[in-house]
Design a protein around this ligand. Structure first.
Ligand code: FMN
Length: 329
């Protein structure tokens, strides 16, 4: 055994800083000899928000990339031995996804120091200065389009709100989302998983109101009188961003592989002094996906994996995470 259980737990605690959709934390890990298996806890799926398993696939790729970064810090490489779906004996709710071998020899990852600095910033960003716009613009590369023009941010804010409202109008989507929201500090999973109101940049009062407004019965009534849009709108936050990042990758790429790029892009954003909030609906909503691909000349063979609004901020909320003992099987 390359690592003692204590070392494994320490490693996994560091990997757990990585993001996951709704903070469901679907990845589990099993060490055996020089090998590590990446596993998925199937009870953490979100069938309404992620019917195709795309966000879960991204989250597993993100977790693996997190593992690669932490191992590199200790001088080890993670050699991908590919998909592995044989049952290795953890029961029906645990799916084996991938096998890796750990080998000696790796330098510290250049983005490693940003793992603990990254977080979802769902509130407003600091006032955007011209140098922030310039820095945001410079993030563009072969996989990233950085949109910084005010008019473009306005348009993106508008289509983002329209897409979000389409999702919020689905009763099952809201019910599932609410089940992952922690709208009271007394919630037993407040600091363990899901989205607590601090992480969502809500006050205690707003959290209480959100629980009522998003409920199956109340939201349709509110929407009927034309308030569904205004209460879910975030365009103001998009306009107040230094930029919106469109991450695009080949259409043929696996969700797992795209997830790795998702994480590396987020860390690159942080390495450049920004924080980010994911706006997944712009990629998930087919109308928005097509509109953005057309407008920003993203080729037919590529797709937008996700979008981030970015800006300067320094209000990190305390992370809610499962204990490493729960992630290590
Ligand atoms: C695939 C994926 C999709 C996500 N979609 C959204 C989203 O649509 N809106 C949002 O506010 N956060 C989104 N997030 C961010 C997660 O909710 C966040 O990473 C998680 O709650 C952990 O919090 P942290 O990023 O502060 O560590 C997404 C993250 C991932 C990995």
């Amino acid at each position: 055994m390359l690592f003692t259980r204590e070392q494994q737990l320490k490693l996994i605690a560091a990997v757990a800083n990585a993001p996951s959709v709704h903070n469901v934390q679907p990845a589990r890990f099993h060490f055996t000899g020089d090998n590590i298996y990446l596993l998925e806890d199937l009870t953490r799926r979100i069938p309404c928000g992620d019917p195709m398993g795309r966000d879960t696939g991204f989250s597993l790729g993100i977790a693996a990339e997190g593992l690669r970064i932490e191992l590199a810090n200790q001088g080890y490489s993670l050699v991908d031995k590919g998909e592995f779906d044989s049952d290795i004996g953890f029961g029906n709710n645990i799916k084996t996804c991938r096998a890796f071998e750990i080998t000696k020899g790796a330098g510290k990852h250049p983005l490693a120091e940003f793992v603990t600095k990254r977080y979802s910033q769902r509130g407003n960003f600091n006032k955007v200065l011209p140098r922030d716009t310039a820095a945001a613009k410079s993030l563009s590369d072969d996989n990233i389009i950085s949109v910084t023009e005010k008019e473009d941010l306005k348009e993106i804010g508008k289509i983002y709100d329209a897409a979000s409202l389409r999702f919020f109008r689905d009763d099952n989507f809201r019910e599932e989302l609410l089940s992952w929201m922690r709208l009271s500090k007394k919630h037993p999973k407040w600091s363990i998983d899901g989205l607590n109101y601090d992480a969502m940049a809500m006050s205690e009062f707003e959290a209480k109101a959100a629980g009522i407004v998003l409920s199956k019965k109340i939201f349709p009534l509110i929407d009927k009188i034309g308030l569904g849009g205004p209460i879910t709108a975030e365009a103001g936050k998009v306009i107040g961003s230094a930029g919106v990042i469109l991450l695009h990758r080949p259409k043929t790429e696996s969700h797992y592989e795209s997830g790795r790029h998702f994480y590396l892009t987020w860390l690159k954003i942080v390495a450049n002094g920004f924080q980010a909030a994911v706006m997944a609906s712009l990629a998930d909503d087919i109308e928005c996906q097509n509109l953005l691909c057309n407008k920003y000349n993203i080729g037919n063979e590529r797709r937008i994996i996700t979008t981030f609004r970015i800006g300067r901020s320094d209000n990190m909320a305390i992370r809610a995470r499962l204990k490493p003992e729960d992630l290590l099987l």
